[in-house]
Design a protein around this ligand. Structure first.
Ligand code: M6R
Length: 544
């Protein structure tokens, strides 16, 4: 989840682009770049780190040009570096692009382009786009963008400029955001409205696969085949604060609505067309995966709950004994681990002190350490033998939401990969399960879009006055309950307990008053009937 902004008009654009980037900084900021066209050539500026770093070198970019594109990067392919920062250019230096999202078939495209003689200067998936434009340009940037789009798989938005046509910016999207801002004698294109909200409130949201040609005098829309498309602008009345939240009341709510994208990104390029799990960078060979005698999961808070889901999956599918502990306990124990142990350390930030200490303890005892984290370049990535990245984008809300789901997905992928390598699940069953995983982002999106907010608000209003909640679940419903209870505690300040449903009668039931809300996770699984019995027990005692 990167940030994109483009400008074309009659004002010098360097500072306009930089101000746009500042407004998108909340989306991610491990590196940034600006490219403008001046005197028929590109002027490029890249910087690594946050935007303060870019601001300190901004003077190196002469402020004469009136058109350009800019990008803040949140690394997914290739570490944060000047080479990997966008904009990327082609071999001839005539095309520059910025991209948000993931090009799933970039390796195949890159190999083909290299065979044709193209030279790559970065490790990113995005750079292929600049070379695709170079290859197919035939006097029309719009045509070249359409051709590149046809060849690309994945979900992405990209914005392109060329020194051959210095009076146009061309953009296109596929399942990731793109918005056009309309001004007087100037126009904008961006990945989110805040980038230009200080300049205009007149906006157009293009559809997937629609070519957007932005010029000083106007913006035109075309199908991939070149047919004009008529689009009417709409006015946004958001204040700047609301705009950064994409119109949502809070970042947490916005991030809840980003969950499907977080899952799609985390899955991306990890399943082959046939549904085989492919995980790079684990630091484990297939032979060492087969030799594993034990997995130990360490994490804190929400990440620990994701780890609990991982324990169920690893044991069920990969048939490996799994131990899990909160890192703050594990680090002060004397755990029995050794060279055949894989320690999976889960940390969204990759910086949690207890988790890092637990990793060090495990490594010291000879275990192999795999970090599951959302942050490229974090301390956990530097100390681990291997890394499995979640790709949830920056999470601003302190209460984890989209990163939790991405962590769950990552550990499920790990369990399936191990199951296949260790031969504990037939290949056919792995394919069935990966097909199910592929469906989740779409299912989640349709749930969130189909009036979930109204239903959730109704339930919340009905129960908000209760002083205590109990959450009950079995199997992976239990970690889901633990996470739900944690959210209720930290967001609503309501005392909440979460229990294994079968434990309820061994004490916790005493906590319930007549009418106490009991939230039960009862999904379609082998423990469904058991959970229903627990609901009956609660009801029979006149509670809930
Ligand atoms: O960055 P980490 O995943 O290591 O953070 C661990 C916990 O502090 C974190 O998961 C916390 O419990 C959640 N933000 C609560 O919503």
């Amino acid at each position: 989840m990167c940030g994109i902004v483009g400008y074309i008009g009659d004002r010098p654009c360097r500072d306009i682009l930089f101000r746009g980037l500042r407004k998108l900084e909340y989306r991610g900021y491990d590196s940034a770049g600006i490219s403008v066209i001046r005197e028929g050539r590109f002027d490029l500026l890249h910087s690594v780190g946050n935007l303060d770093k870019m601001e300190s070198v901004l003077h190196q970019l002469e402020d004469g040009s009136t058109m350009g594109i800019a990008h803040t990067r949140w690394a997914t392919h290739g570490r944060p570096s000047n080479e990997n920062a966008h904009p990327h250019t082609d071999c001839s230096g005539r095309f520059a692009i910025v991209l948000n999202g993931i090009v799933e078939n970039y390796l195949a495209l890159r190999v083909r382009l290299q065979e044709e003689g193209h030279t790559f200067t970065s490790e990113t998936d995005a750079e292929v786009v600049a070379h695709l434009l170079e290859r197919s340009y035939n006097g029309s940037l719009r045509g070249a963008v359409a051709e590149a789009y046809r060849q690309m798989e994945g979900h992405f938005t990209f914005v392109a400029i060329t020194t051959e046509e210095p009076d146009a910016i061309v953009a296109v999207r596929k399942e990731t955001p793109l918005v056009v801002g309309l001004g007087e004698g100037e126009n904008f294109v961006a990945s989110a409205v805040p980038a230009f909200l200080a300049e205009t409130r007149s906006v157009i949201f293009p559809d997937d696969g629609e070519l957007v040609v932005v010029e000083r005098g106007g913006v035109d829309f075309f199908t991939l085949e070149g047919e004009p498309v008529r689009r009417e602008p709409e006015q946004v009345d958001w204040d700047e604060d609301a705009a950064e939240k994409g119109g949502y009341e809070t970042f947490m709510l916005k991030e809840i609505h980003e969950q499907a994208v977080a899952l799609a990104d985390t899955l991306s390029q990890r399943l082959t067309h046939e549904g085989v799990v492919e995980l790079e960078g684990l630091g484990l060979t297939e032979a060492s995966a087969r030799a594993l005698g034990q997995v130990v999961i360490v994490a804190c808070g929400t990440s620990y709950h994701a780890g609990l889901v991982g324990k169920y999956a690893l044991e069920r599918w990969a048939r490996i004994p799994v131990e899990i502990d909160v890192a703050s306990e594990f680090r002060y124990r004397d755990p029995v681990i050794g060279p055949n142990t894989l320690c999976v350390a889960i940390s969204q930030s990759g910086e949690t002190a207890d988790t890092l200490a637990a990793m060090r303890l495990a490594r010291g005892a000879g275990a192999r350490v795999l970090a599951v984290t959302n942050i490229v370049g974090s301390q956990a990535t530097r100390e681990a033998d291997g890394v499995l990245f979640t790709r949830a984008g920056l999470e601003i809300g302190v209460a984890a939401t989209k990163t939790f789901l991405a962590q769950v997905l990552a550990v499920l992928l790990l369990a399936l990969w191990l199951a296949e390598v260790r031969g504990t699940l037939p290949a056919r069953r792995v394919r069935e399960l990966t097909q199910e995983l592929r469906r989740i982002p779409t299912l989640l999106n349709s749930y969130l879009e189909d009036s979930a907010d109204a239903e959730i608000e109704r339930v919340a209003r009905e129960y908000a006055h209760h002083p205590f909640f109990l959450y009950l679940g079995r199997n992976i419903g239990l970690p889901v309950c633990l996470e739900g209870a944690l959210k209720l505690k930290e967001i609503s300040y309501i005392p909440t307990e979460a229990y294994a449903a079968g434990e309820m009668k061994h004490g916790p039931i005493a906590l319930l008053d007549q009418g106490s809300p009991v939230v039960v996770v009862a999904t379609d699984s082998h423990v469904y009937d058991k959970v229903v019995s627990n609901i009956q027990e609660v009801k029979a005692r006149g509670r809930a």
